[in-house]
Design a protein around this ligand. Sequence first.
Ligand code: IMP
Length: 431
Amino acid sequence: MSNIAIIGAQWGDEGKGKVVDLFTCDADIIVRFQGGNNAGHTLVVDGKKTVLHLVPSGALHPNKLCVIGNGVVVDPQILIEEIDALKAQGQLLDDSLLRISEEGHLIMPYHKAIDLARERLRGKGKIGTTGRGIGPAYEDKVARVGIRFIDLLEEDTFQEKLRHNIEEKNIYLKAILKEKTLDFDEIHDTYSSYRERLRPLITNTSLLLHREIHAGKRVMFEGAQGTLLDVDHGTYPYVTSSNTTTGGACTGAGVGPQHIHHVIGISKAYTTRVGSGPFITEQFGPEGETLKREGVEFGATTGRPRRCGWFDAVSVRHAVRVNGITGIALTKLDVLTGFKKVPICTGYRFDGRLYDEFPASSKVLDKAEPVLEEMAGWSEPLTAVRKFSELPAAAQKYVQRIEKLLDTEIILVSVGPGREQTILLKNPFDS
Ligand code: IMP
């Protein structure tokens, strides 16, 4: 019985939602294990687009158990809205198909207020966060003052923690951030109503997963964001505040590593990034504009235009290593149609030195120039191709070159947003 993890190999938005959706047919349980509603997983099923921020993508398939693990930070208002929207379109009708970890942390109004105010004060040096309170919620978790779902369920614990936090946050909001303070009663009452709504869904999800895995159920761990946004392995400090890499699936779902048999890294056939921070292969001219237009590169969560550039083999090879990626799903190959030359970055050059492994230094990442290998382009549209052998020769060579540079098998090539616009070379659940 294989369990698989689906992990972003770049800066997020690689098309994980579509790949998760494809493999969901072969899974019984789909687990989110980190991040929060900073994620936006776009799924197109029968031409209809759904964007999910918190509920695992399995919700679009009947009878799949969806789990929000302890590593996720949850804005309960957004979760309830998402559940309601899914129900309204005839999905997730059975409440027993969604479970939330009692150890998951809540995003509170002060987290959002702090996130937004800090970004404003940072001015030019801003991280470009999604403004959803993700960083401040993880800060509280690590500082041991966060409020978990289990705390919300216990009225006295909730009151005590909330009172203490509001006292502290209000001083910080007023004196340091020059923001309005927040009201205990208002937050208490709102969150108490969320408690009643979500109570039936909250449980020990680590134990649930343990039992289900031992009963032979197949699990898919659905990553959010991407490796280069990982707080340990990404382009720090321009990262999100969680471990987006495979290790995060163990801690964020409460399962041992022996239960993850395959790690699928999702990478676009080029590169995009939202928010600030280094991006060595970024294209500022017409080629970047073409990638943005043809790839419809606008954030699913904030609507911000994504920065676009060429495929960067150095950073994706780094992702292969830190995640233990066993297979790559290469997405949006169709977007590259029409370019005369399609460059691939094979190294970075800075201060007379060649880097062929991903550097940790912000200075190097900021200033390095890409070493580009120019591949021949193709003009044929790819969106109707369903077999690798039917791809234009230049597109085949492009994919094979990436496979060689990454030293990792490409198991899937995506040529459009629809489920059917996929060239499946190997199903990880079959091995
Ligand atoms: P935060 O996660 O809102 O704190 O934002 C930190 C950084 O991660 C910013 O650069 C965001 O643009 C980026 N980010 C967060 N979530 C996503 C995502 O789902 N896709 C792409 N970038 C993201």
